[in-house]
Design a protein around this ligand. Structure first.
Ligand SMILES: [Fe+2]
Length: 409
């Protein structure tokens, strides 16, 4: 039995901080068979005279999910012309976003349809913003404009259960200088999103685990930022409970549609949670990892550093952390002295569900720490995330986290 002062007290809220209680902006269709809603969406696009659409995807997702059989007739029946860009790469670069924007300009696109996960949404959002900012490049968007007030409409068909990007107002891309900066703003919310768990059945095992863990980290971080609120924390707690229950099932039974249903639902809740309460240390410190090693998967990079971060943040939020982690580590009592125990247990759980990778496995050694720290401290993405971190962020703290994530424990 945890020595909880009570769930409400555990959040340590500032009751005078006013927040907006609102769901994410897109009209989000959720459920098995939600892909058929593309008919209604195509009709609505036609009514809004958005009749030229660029589909942004990659060849594997397009083939594996077989969404063409729904999208093609929906667009053709509503006289919507479309062009395909099927070369989205993981961790999109400025250049790849510019390429999509230029192609869409030439085509005369009035809207975009993203089919895929986070990288597809990031590419699409950046290109959609560029179409409303003539003469600008992705570099201008990320390094000068940042807050985006205008973009052409986006429809997003989600095919993973991690990103949350289809329900949020953010996008990231990789800069030429090895950073992963952020653009944000209400114009980046998709107009419609489709969340059909059946589209995730072909996700390979490693991606099943890494995308689910991305959603886990969105949840835990959003619940513990300085701008947390009871709504985001509730969404996060539910998402963590669902992920802890269903990710071990989906990892061994990829065809289990019930597991896919709940994992996708958890990723939507997590996406809404961080859309309104933001993220902090884990995402800020993962971006240098995937920026310096673009082959590092986002969800795995987050998981490699989370235990060392939990060791720090647990001491600030012992009761809330114990509450959030109860489905995974039920014996936690919610006292600061358990931080190291929580760190070890969560690391063990990550390994048990199939994500044992440490920072070393992602190609980093002790000699890379200074590079990682420098990138984290100077990345434009870090400042907004450090600003809402539950602990004061210093170069020393960041160094300790990377060092602890490299050390054998
Ligand atoms: Fe993420």
């Amino acid at each position: 039995m945890r020595g909880m002062a009570g769930y409400e007290e555990s959040m340590k809220l500032d009751y005078e901080r006013v927040f907006t209680v609102q769901p994410a902006r897109p009209v989000t269709y959720f459920g098995i068979g939600a892909i058929k809603k593309i008919d209604d969406i195509a009709k609505a696009l036609k009514e809004k005279q958005l009749d030229k659409v660029v589909i942004v995807t990659d060849a594997i997702v397009w083939k594996e999910t077989k969404v063409e059989k729904y999208i093609k007739p929906a667009f053709e029946n509503n006289n919507i012309k479309y062009a395909m860009y099927d070369k989205v790469r993981p961790n999109p670069t400025y250049a790849s976003c510019d390429e999509v924007a230029n192609m869409a300009k030439e085509f005369g696109a009035k809207a975009f349809l993203s089919v895929g996960g986070g990288s597809h949404n990031d590419t699409t959002k950046t290109a959609a913003a560029l179409l409303k900012h003539p003469g600008k490049t992705a570099q201008d968007m990320y390094e000068k404009i940042v807050w985006v007030y205008d973009a052409i409409p986006i429809v997003s068909i989600n095919t993973t259960h991690g990103t949350g990007s289809e329900v949020d107002q953010f996008a990231v891309a990789q800069s030429d200088g090895g950073y992963k900066p952020l653009i944000a703003g209400p114009a980046l919310y998709p107009m419609y999103a489709i969340e059909d768990p059946a589209l995730t059945l072909t996700l390979p095992k490693k991606q099943t685990i890494s995308t689910s863990l991305d959603a886990f980290h969105h949840s835990f971080e959003a619940a513990t930022t300085r701008v947390r609120n009871p709504y985001s924390t509730l969404l996060s707690a539910t998402a963590i409970r669902l992920i802890s229950k269903w990710v071990p099932v989906a990892a061994v039974e990829p065809d289990n549609i019930t597991a896919r249903y709940w994992l996708m639902y958890a990723s939507v809740l997590a996406g809404i949670s961080f859309d309104i309460a933001l993220l902090h240390l884990t995402h800020a410190l993962e971006h240098p990892i995937s920026a310096l090693n673009p082959k590092a998967t986002h969800g795995i990079g987050l998981t490699a550093i989370f235990p060392a971060i939990l060791n720090v943040t647990y001491k600030v939020f012992p009761e809330l952390s114990a509450e959030l982690l109860a489905p995974i580590i039920p014996e936690l009592e919610g006292v600061p002295g358990e931080a190291e125990y929580a760190e070890k247990k969560i690391e063990q759980w990550f390994a048990d569900i199939g994500c044992p990778e440490k920072l070393k496995d992602l190609g980093f050694t002790e000699s890379d720490v200074s590079k990682l720290v420098e990138n984290a401290m100077t990345s434009p993405m870090s400042k907004p995330l450090f600003d809402v971190s539950p602990v004061e962020v210093s170069e020393g703290l960041v160094k300790t986290i990377f060092e602890r994530s490299l050390a054998k424990r």
